[in-house]
Ligand binder design. Structure first.
Ligand SMILES: O=C(O)CCC(=O)C(=O)O
Ligand SMILES: [Fe+2]
Length: 335
């Protein structure tokens, strides 16, 4: 069955959302006035080498997520990525967009979609549409699967993919070193990156207090690099509260994912995060996931291990059948 596109639903202009999008009371966003908090997701300047490893260590340990600035990725490339992404969602006719529909019966298939999980009546739906690109290894990259307009869409995605790979390598090196491991240690365990780039588009939502753009989850792979626009809505769970990741047009948000938690033996934990909806403005984010190959076995780099070894493909299957529900899938591997 073809899934409903959230953008079409939003364009109907109803004042209430259909019941499948309504979160149960305990997962709804809180009243924004209720949490006047001090905590802020760390921002790390990668060009300043003084105390860099200590800063990384603190951010990874306390948050599992942080923003980086002066990261050597051209800011105009971040802007181009946001521009071509928005152009696909807002500048193309629905008929054109649907030509790129992903296969909704197989998880993480490439293309245009709305549902992250396989069909089930129980799951509450996210107020989000997305376009997923398979970008690395190069054998998975086929730009003819990606939108054709604007004219530079495919070129921008390919260039963006290459820059994100280099940054992910640099960051995993720093993460390794911050734990006294060799620079290559985590990357060697992960192996060749399987990289996916997902552009998420969150249409305006008439009831932001009852819905989520994307439910609470941690990412499955090794490391996620995310950019967003100026609307804001990404939140990280820290010390029992949800904290906003401040939109910064020059920053890249780094999110440690589940395999990094396993490899670091829980020294660093993957960040639980979610996206809110916005009543007035549509929001765009671009998440670049770096995952191991499905056949790869992942296990801790420290002894004694606190997590059982796992074949990455098995981990992914369980995530997609059971749903993320916070970090339940990872907790199941704890020894
Ligand atoms: O839109 C966002 O800010 C979050 C996206 C995200 O967490 C994901 O795609 O896994
Ligand atoms: Fe995520």
């Amino acid at each position: 069955m073809e899934a409903q596109r959230v953008q079409l639903l939003a364009e109907k202009g109803e004042i209430t959302v259909p019941s499948q999008y309504i979160q149960p009371p305990d997962t709804r966003p809180q009243n924004p006035n209720a949490n006047v908090k001090e905590a802020e997701v760390p921002v790390i300047d990668l060009s300043s080498r003084s105390n860099l490893l200590e800063k990384m260590k603190k951010a990874c340990k306390e948050w599992g997520a942080f923003q980086v600035i002066n990261h050597k990725v051209p800011i105009c490339l971040l802007d181009d990525m946001r521009r071509v992404g928005r152009n696909f969602f807002e500048g193309c006719e629905m008929e054109e967009k649907l030509r790129y529909s992903c296969d909704s019966s197989s998880p993480a298939s490439e293309g245009y979609g709305s549902r992250m999980l396989v069909e089930s009546n129980e799951t509450v739906l996210d107020w989000r549409d997305y376009f997923d690109h398979h970008t690395l290894p190069l054998s998975r990259r086929d730009p003819s699967h990606w939108p054709e307009s604007p004219a530079d869409y495919r070129k921008v995605v390919a260039e963006y993919s290459d820059h994100m790979k280099s940054l992910a390598q640099e960051l995993l090196g720093l993460v390794s070193e911050s734990l006294g491991l060799t620079c290559q240690c985590i990357e060697n365990i992960v192996g060749d990156f399987y990289q996916n780039i997902t552009i998420s588009y969150y249409p305006p939502c008439p009831q932001p207090e009852l819905t989520l753009g994307l439910q609470s989850h941690s990412d499955m792979g090794a490391i996620t690099l995310l950019i967003q626009d100026d609307v804001g809505g990404l939140e990280v769970f820290n010390n029992e509260e949800w904290v906003t990741v401040k939109p910064m047009s020059n920053a890249i948000c780094v999110i440690l994912a589940d395999q990094t938690e396993i490899i670091t033996n829980g020294e660093y934990r993957s960040a639980q995060h979610r996206a809110l909806t916005n009543a007035k403005r549509s929001r765009l984010s671009v998440a670049t996931f770096h995952d191991p190959a499905k056949a790869r076995q992942i296990s801790p780099a420290f002894h004694p291990p606190r997590y059982r070894p796992v074949i990455y493909g098995d981990y992914v299957s369980s995530w997609y059948t059971k749903g993320p529900e916070g970090k339940r899938n990872l907790d199941a591997l704890l020894i």
